[in-house]
Write a protein that binds this ligand. Structure first.
Ligand SMILES: Nc1ncnc2c1ncn2[C@@H]1O[C@H](COP(=O)(O)OP(=O)(O)OP(=O)(O)O)[C@@H](O)[C@H]1O
Length: 369
């Protein structure tokens, strides 16, 4: 006697949901997965409303990977089914990584045709004059994610502005968010927990960003893509040595194996984390200090981080300098990772080369959301 779907109780159960352990049929799996994303969208704004406004232009950060491919598919379905009234676009950033991003962008082009969504591709090369291949040649593999992350943030904003878009959505899933919560706790960055678990975030100088897959498990996203036969690119970035996240990921996967609810439980913990009043007061004081006229030059908007890193690259940032900046990380104000010190290390060939870097790293705060 076949096991029946625990939702419709008529069709044969073919899938065990990784998130809940429920045995369900394929159709009910699709329905429940999409419905949960719909709930995140319609209740995810701060205060409880929808993250979208009717008529909004929304760019889907499309990397060609499973998460953003499933996101493009599900948003297209939900936009139609629930008449969100969104104008959807695909926005891809070409980081300039041969043998990786060029291949995944081919997948995005296929998605463009399949979903009938306009696609804009913007490259680091055209924006910054640097590809990640060149950056890695210069700074080595170890720190390259920092450059890539800062550049991508800014590139997505630029691309979105070029499209006249009000809102960017990304495929960050529940596993990504739980990992980030763990990493922030392990670093003592508790001030970040609420922000990193918010569905929607916006700072003064950036376009609104949302994560409709906040509660979608990675395993379910892969299952959804598999059963829907979606086209996606599944290779890991050839330069991604994000060791710290790697440990958090392995730990999370171990926890998930023992107790599947661990992922969502960790997210809930991050959401419920409330700073006590003394900490809030010191954060406020820090904010005032950070925006005082004397500090104004150091408090440039997010785009300045990309500029500062570029300045470093243009000045000939080498591996040794990068290592030094990494080791020099001091106390992080307001829960932010920062690089307040830089031990000067002049290059033999060019006595001025590191000055730009020195200024740059003093100014850069690397948000590790
Ligand atoms: N090159 C890019 N262009 C546009 N959006 C991107 C790009 N890289 C990442 N993103 C966005 O950021 C999200 C998280 O990126 P991350 O690098 O963690 O990849 P991922 O978890 O493997 O996701 P995906 O499976 O979509 O590649 C992606 O789902 C996507 O929405």
């Amino acid at each position: 006697m076949p096991t029946l779907c625990s939702i419709c109780t008529t069709a044969r159960a073919l899938v065990k949901r990784p998130k809940t352990g429920q045995q369900v049929c394929k159709q009910c799996f699709f329905d429940v997965f999409e419905e949960e994303v719909h709930i995140t969208i319609t209740q995810g704004a701060q205060g409880g409303g929808s993250i979208f406004e009717r008529g909004e232009k929304v760019a889907i950060g499309a990397s060609g990977g499973k998460d953003s491919t499933v996101l493009a598919h599900v948003l297209t379905v939900l936009n139609r089914r629930y008449d969100y009234g969104l104008d959807l676009y695909l926005l891809s950033i070409d980081e300039g990584i041969k043998g990786y991003r060029d291949d995944s962008l081919e997948t995005v082009k296929q998605n463009q045709a399949e979903y009938g969504l306009p696609l804009k591709i913007l490259s680091y090369d055209e924006l910054y004059g640097w590809t990640m291949d060149k950056v890695v040649d210069q700074v080595g593999k170890r720190n390259n994610c920092t450059f890539c992350g800062v550049f991508r943030r800014q590139a997505l904003d630029r691309g979105a502005a070029g499209l006249g878009v009000d809102h960017i959505v990304t495929g960050h899933n529940a596993d990504d968010i739980a990992e980030t919560v763990l990493m922030n706790i392990l670093r003592g960055d508790v001030a970040r927990l609420q922000r990193c678990t918010a569905v929607t975030t916006q700072s003064e100088d950036t376009i609104k960003r949302s994560k409709p897959f906040k509660y979608a498990y990675e395993k379910e996203i892969v299952m959804y893509a598999y059963f829907k036969k979606l086209t996606y690119f599944s290779t890991e970035c050839i330069y991604s040595p994000e060791a710290y996240r790697g440990y958090a990921r392995v730990f999370l996967k171990d926890l998930e194996a023992v107790r599947p609810s661990a992922i969502v439980d960790i997210i809930r913990s991050g959401e419920s984390f409330v700073l006590d009043q003394a900490t809030q007061r010191s954060m406020k004081a820090m904010r005032r200090f950070r925006t005082s006229p004397a500090r104004a030059n150091l408090q440039k908007p997010a785009s300045a981080k990309a500029c500062a890193l570029l300045q470093g690259l243009e000045s000939g940032l080498d591996r040794a300098a990068v290592r030094t900046t990494q080791m020099a990380g001091g106390e992080a104000p307001e829960g932010q990772r920062s690089i307040p010190m830089f031990e000067r290390k002049l290059r033999v060939a060019d006595g001025n080369a590191t000055e730009g870097i020195e200024r740059a790293v003093q100014r850069v705060e690397i948000k590790t959301e």
